[in-house]
Design a protein around this ligand. Structure first.
Ligand SMILES: Nc1nc2c(ncn2[C@@H]2O[C@H](COP(=O)(O)OP(=O)(O)O)[C@@H](O)[C@H]2O)c(=O)[nH]1
Ligand SMILES: [Mg+2]
Length: 292
């Protein structure tokens, strides 16, 4: 009997949802950063093991939205609950707050099997973890597992629990298809990740990437042009950096990851463009793929 199903991963921003999905898939299909709201869209990641296929649905973190983009993200996350075979809620073992508990209470109304991952136990001492776990006393989930997506602790146990909860079903995706994200989106996301990793303060939230052109020039070389949106001229100056140093770093790191993804050499050109308040403009949101 082959088992398969969809598992939505839900929780507050920055708790490690995307990291957990990537660990299960075995490849980075969703970008990761220490900035809240790194994930902006629903992303499928497919994990195959013997006799079972789990399709994970990674989602943007649940938060109080302050922009139209934020509203889209939260709606996307909430919609992802529809029709899944199980949910995997994630909290950060360093601190479980009111926001986490509200989400867990809300999810406990769902009728499908519910699992909770308490993540990042690689950096939490038992003294810190115990009182956090105590807050989960009243949570009616099927199982709570302390894990580290980064180090791999208990990830096999968590996977087995989820696998057991899957119904009998078909292989939804062929073995070589580990995500629903097209190549151009993966490339744009890599550039956004490198911007998030290198930029400080308020700028990362206002960064968006539009792929203008992907052209395979030969078997060995791909040319890519991308626009990097930011919200203010002063941000543009910071993104470009002194003598272009920051943009070079972002471009260089992006190029290496994109080359690995595409399996060719890559010529990458990034233009920085100011688009004031694009996170509140429907047309810009559509252009960047954040739409209904
Ligand atoms: N130490 C540690 N850090 C982690 C772990 N999982 C995720 N992180 C870090 O937490 C931050 C947020 O991770 P991410 O997967 O983007 O969280 P998301 O916003 O919930 O998708 C990143 O800096 C990750 O490297 C973990 O198990 N241990
Ligand atoms: Mg994420």
């Amino acid at each position: 009997m082959f088992k398969s199903g969809f598992v939505a991963i839900l929780g507050r921003p920055n708790v490690g949802k995307s990291s957990i999905m990537n660990a299960f898939v075995g490849e980075k299909v969703a970008i990761v950063s220490n900035r809240p709201q790194t994930t902006r869209n629903k992303i499928l990641g497919v994990a195959n093991r013997s006799g079972v296929q789990i399709v994970f649905v990674d989602t943007p973190g649940l938060h109080k939205p302050r922009t139209r983009l934020g509203e889209y993200m939260v709606k996307t996350a909430n919609d992802a609950r529809e029709g899944v075979d199980a949910v995997l809620a994630v909290v950060d073992g360093q601190h479980i707050g009111e926001g986490d508990l509200a989400i867990l209470n809300d999810l406990s109304q769902m009728r499908c099997p519910k699992y909770l991952a308490v993540n990042k136990i690689d950096i939490v001492t038992p003294e810190v973890l115990m009182p956090q776990l105590a807050k989960l006393h009243d949570i009616s989930f099927d199982q709570i597992v302390s894990v580290s997506a980064k180090r791999g602790d208990n990830m096999d146990i968590l996977f087995s629990l989820l696998a057991n909860a899957m119904p009998e079903g078909p292989k939804y995706f062929p073995d070589d298809m580990i995500t629903d994200q097209p190549e151009r989106v993966l490339c744009a996301e890599i550039i956004r990740e490198k911007a998030l990793l290198n930029l400080r303060e308020e700028i990362p939230h206002g960064v968006g990437v539009e792929m203008m052109r992907i052209e395979q020039l030969s078997d060995h070389l791909t040319e890519i042009h991308a626009d990097l949106y930011c919200e203010k001229a002063s941000h543009k100056a910071i993104i470009i950096g002194k003598n272009g140093a920051m943009l070079r770093t972002i471009g260089e790191q992006s190029r290496m990851d994109i080359e690995r993804l595409l399996g060719t050499r890559v010529m990458l050109k990034i233009w920085v463009r100011v688009r004031e308040d694009w996170r509140n403009r429907a047309s810009d949101l559509r252009t960047l793929g954040y739409e209904e």
